[in-house]
Design a binder for this molecule. Structure first.
Ligand SMILES: [Zn+2]
Length: 213
């Protein structure tokens, strides 16, 4: 029989004796009543930037979508496969989340790739390259900025991409209507994996401001 990864077996045992034991009633209640998460988080697949860990969230609290570089595509009802849009639709229309957070992070590999003019496709499908086309125009502008260092361009692009995703979120008619009606709030956040800092986007200025820990 194929062997399940040992770190996961160990982790699962720890979960069952630790967290599940503590939260058994909560899991049962969620199983019976269904989930009512208050927040949708769109985060990166990066193993270092897990929203449930960063926000110390328990079961049933966060509805999480993770994709490469935490991006939201624009509203495109074209009959194609749109996994992020499907999750967004479910969170907004069915779960009626009150907040949506687009959370980027430092040292993002997807952002690094889009800023690298020599990046070659990883496979013939070049799925990452095509996905990152969502921010290619902004990346080309930032690439041409010779005053910034490579690290500064990376951080700038991570934040520009968050703003771009928020702009795209608002192209979904339901998101726009709920936000305009005061029933839904849209936020940007950026997590620095090197020191644990969380920076939150100011709604008016769109600048990122560090939260006090
Ligand atoms: Zn990332």
């Amino acid at each position: 029989m194929q062997r399940f990864p040992q770190p996961l077996l160990t982790g699962y045992r720890n979960f069952m004796t630790g967290r599940y034991t503590v939260e058994r009633d909560r899991y049962r209640q969620l199983a019976d009543a269904g989930q009512t998460p208050h927040t949708l988080i769109i985060a990166c697949c990066d193993s270092r930037a897990a929203p449930e860990t960063i926000f110390d969230a328990g079961p049933g609290e966060l509805f999480v979508v993770r994709n490469v570089a935490n991006m939201v595509p624009p509203y495109e009802p074209d009959g194609q496969y749109h996994s992020t849009s499907a999750a967004l639709e479910f969170a907004v229309q069915s779960l009626k989340v009150k907040d949506i957070i687009v959370m980027g992070h430092g040292r993002c590999g997807g952002i690094k790739a889009v800023l690298d003019p020599n990046a070659a496709p990883l496979s013939p499908g070049d799925f990452i390259g095509k996905w990152m086309n969502l921010v290619k125009p902004a990346a080309e502008q930032i690439q041409s900025n010779s005053i910034m260092t490579t690290a500064e361009r990376q951080t700038a692009m991570e934040r520009v991409s968050i703003r771009n995703s928020i702009t795209n979120l608002r192209t979904f008619p339901e998101v726009k209507a709920l936000e305009d009606g005061g029933k839904l709030q849209v936020h940007g956040a950026w997590f620095d994996i090197s020191n644990g800092e969380l920076w939150v986007m100011d709604k008016e200025s769109q600048d990122f401001v560090r939260l006090d820990g």
